[in-house]
Ligand binder design. Structure first.
Ligand SMILES: Nc1nc2c(ncn2[C@@H]2O[C@H](COP(=O)(O)OP(=O)(O)OP(=O)(O)O)[C@@H](O)[C@H]2O)c(=O)[nH]1
Ligand SMILES: [Mg+2]
Length: 417
């Protein structure tokens, strides 16, 4: 019985495959190989067939194209307890395979050949190519924050604890990310290696693969467990979210602070959630429907006042506040006009209201939304025009507006008598 099966997906790799197989044989005695070839038009298949007479290598041919699907097809044919996936172009040095396997022996379920952990690196890539790879890798952060190299094509795993193959999505180039998305809590090791430049032949990585990666990310993002209802969701995304999320939340807050500078009088935050935005306003009162979020904020901002109230029906005397903030609330409510009416009612004449909500008339938001967990939570889709119409109806006159990322609207209104 072999110690591990090494899966090698190939498409037109005649320049590299023989060298790879002989290096694997030298570096990894006791391992067998499966080459999954998608009908290469060069000599790849005949080279593998010739080598299979002397080495433990099998050839599987397919009449379709696709890197992830080729890898999964190879895994299906593997019958050893450990499986390794490696590119054919010698960018992944096979001499590292024993390190990956010993990481599995130590109890890890997945061992990643990692360019981005300590000791890892990339040889010979231009600054641009490095940047593209870094950005692609960072975009996988929300899926598996704890792993450093999420887009590696070089990894090993234990067959029996791998995700069920029929649950893996085989679209695209980055099958490791699918593994990680399904098995993010298992023991994962990163084994450093230096990514080499392609030895021969041509890269198959191009715009199509970039596009497929974006589609893969969109799908995986939408599967991230929804956290909006978590008591510390807003607080956490403000301080500890991934960099885009943090930047976005802080930008919205800064625009709100610019419209109603702290210290301007009494202030009500309608639907404060657990957002720390209210911390800047020492005398503010925060309202929310979710008591757990209020409890969380009370513990973190003990000097502030909070109340559990429905924004559509405020138990507050009319004309009692100088300012009202309503940020990222209206889009969650089926009949937001009721909230706008209440905001106007509790504001003093001449008081300021700041409303923040995504502008669905902006194409950019409709794209950006697909990368957020909010898609299904937004039941009312505003444009600036219909927000202003509703507000004007309730004596709130639009005064100024700003956008975050050109699509998330923050608008200032003043109550007229
Ligand atoms: N079976 C199969 N293998 C593929 C397919 N596309 C790429 N491969 C193989 O997958 C591995 C990685 O492909 P590369 O073209 O090297 O992609 P990359 O490493 O992301 O890009 P470079 O850094 O430019 O080489 C190589 O062994 C390819 O031969 C495919 O459609 N089917
Ligand atoms: Mg390559």
């Amino acid at each position: 019985m072999y110690r591990a099966t090494i899966i090698i997906p190939t498409y037109n790799e005649e320049a590299n495959i023989e060298k790879l197989i002989t290096r694997i044989v030298a570096a990894c005695p006791n391992c067998c190989m499966i080459v999954v070839d998608d009908n290469s038009s060069d000599q790849t298949q005949s080279i593998v067939q010739r080598l299979s007479k002397n080495y433990p290598v099998r050839l599987i041919t397919r009449n379709e194209r696709g890197l992830s699907s080729a890898v999964v097809e190879g895994i299906r044919h593997a019958d050893t307890s450990s499986v390794v996936v490696i590119d054919a172009d010698l960018q992944h040095p096979p001499e590292v395979i024993p390190d990956l396997l010993s990481a599995l022996d130590k109890g890890n379920v997945i061992a990643i050949g990692s360019r981005y952990c300590k000791g890892g690196g990339i040889k010979g890539w231009s600054t641009f190519r490095r940047l593209v790879s870094r950005v692609a890798n960072s975009l996988g952060f929300p899926v598996v924050p704890s792993v450093k190299d999420r887009t590696s094509g070089f990894f090993a795993f234990k067959r029996e604890v791998a995700p069920a193959l029929n649950r893996l999505n085989i679209q695209g180039f980055k099958i490791l990310l699918e593994f990680l998305a399904l098995r993010k809590t298992c023991a994962i090791a990163e084994v450093p290696f230096t990514f080499e430049i392609r030895a021969g032949g041509e890269s198959k990585f191009g715009f199509k693969q970039v596009w497929e990666y974006i589609r893969q990310l969109v799908r995986l993002y939408s599967q991230i467990p929804r956290g909006i209802t978590a008591e510390d969701y807003e607080w956490h995304s403000f301080y500890k979210g991934h960099f885009i999320q943090k930047w976005w939340k802080k930008s919205v807050a800064k625009k709100i602070w610019s419209f109603i500078p702290p210290g301007e009088g009494s202030l009500l935050d309608v639907g404060c959630g657990s957002s720390p935005m209210i911390a800047e306003y020492p005398n503010a009162v925060g309202l929310d429907l979710n008591p757990l979020k209020l409890k969380f904020l009370t513990a973190n901002l003990p000097a502030h006042s909070f109340a559990n109230m429905d924004a559509r029906n405020l138990a507050i005397v009319s004309e009692s506040f100088d300012g009202v903030i309503c940020s990222e609330v209206l889009e969650h409510i089926h009949d937001p006009e009721l909230v706008i009416k209440e905001i106007s009612r509790v504001l003093k004449n001449g008081g300021k209201a700041v409303i923040a909500t995504p502008d669905y008339s902006r194409f950019l938001w409709r794209v950006a939304e697909r990368f957020t967990p909010y898609e299904e939570d937004h039941v009312y889709k505003f444009s600036r025009k219909n927000l202003e119409e509703l507000c004007v109806k309730h004596n709130l006159t639009p005064v100024a507006h700003k956008y975050v990322a050109m699509c998330d609207l923050v608008e200032l209104f003043v109550k007229s008598a």
